[in-house]
Design a protein around this ligand. Structure first.
Ligand code: SIN
Ligand code: FE2
Length: 199
């Protein structure tokens, strides 16, 4: 079922249990090659999520700001985007080119993500596709201006959200997890993958 939340299309249950487990395996392979790190923000704080990337570009935040980079902070190029994530992009993105970046965020029980826009990409005609694995997360969606009215939806393991069209620049964030709501990850928590075309 597809639910519209402020223009963002949430494909509930897009991945079945087998695909979710296989994607977790593929994410583990990425994390072995490109270890998770906890990014700093421009103002010197630390983000509460740990992250890494796959694909031609990875998204980085540090004291110099937000940007895409061709290499992991430790030096190597990013590993390839997990095949299942690419398949999902092809199914739901509505565009013919492939994603160039897959940002992987790991949320532990207390992690959250403040309201923000995804706007470090060159072409906003290209959607952002977000895949949820593990514990449910309360996803808040606003409009294209900061501080506007918001709506919320719980994203569950296997849900895929497409931020495109009019909703491409909508503010969004994660308020909290519902810990223990999924048994997919042995130690709990949540993995979110976001696929983007960068240039
Ligand atoms: C993000 O906006 O980068 C992540 C959204 C999510 O974790 O669902
Ligand atoms: Fe985002």
């Amino acid at each position: 079922m597809i639910v519209d939340v402020g223009g963002i299309k949430v494909h509930q249950g897009a991945l079945d249990a087998g695909q979710q487990a296989e994607l977790v395996e593929q994410v583990r392979r990425v994390v072995r090659a490109a270890p998770l790190f906890r990014p700093e923000t421009k103002r010197g704080g630390k983000m509460s999520v740990r992250m890494t990337s796959a694909g031609r570009y990875g998204w980085i935040s540090d004291r110099a700001g937000y940007r895409y980079e061709r290499t992991h902070p430790d030096g190597p190029e990013w590993p390839p985007i997990p095949a299942i994530a690419k398949d999902i992009w092809r199914d739901v993105s509505g565009v013919s080119c492939d994603p160039q970046s897959c940002l992987i965020n790991f949320y532990d029980a207390d992690a959250k993500m403040g309201m923000h826009q995804d706007r470090d990409e060159a072409n906003f005609e290209m959607p952002v596709v977000s895949i949820s694995l593990g514990d449910d997360a309360l996803f808040r969606v606003g409009g294209p201006e900061r501080g506007g009215k918001t709506q919320s939806i719980w994203l569950s393991s296997g849900d895929v959200a497409v931020m495109g069209g009019e909703a491409r620049l909508n503010y969004h964030g994660i308020d909290r997890l519902r810990t223990g709501s999924s048994t997919l990850l042995p130690h709990g928590g949540r993995i979110n993958l976001t696929l983007r075309v960068v240039d």
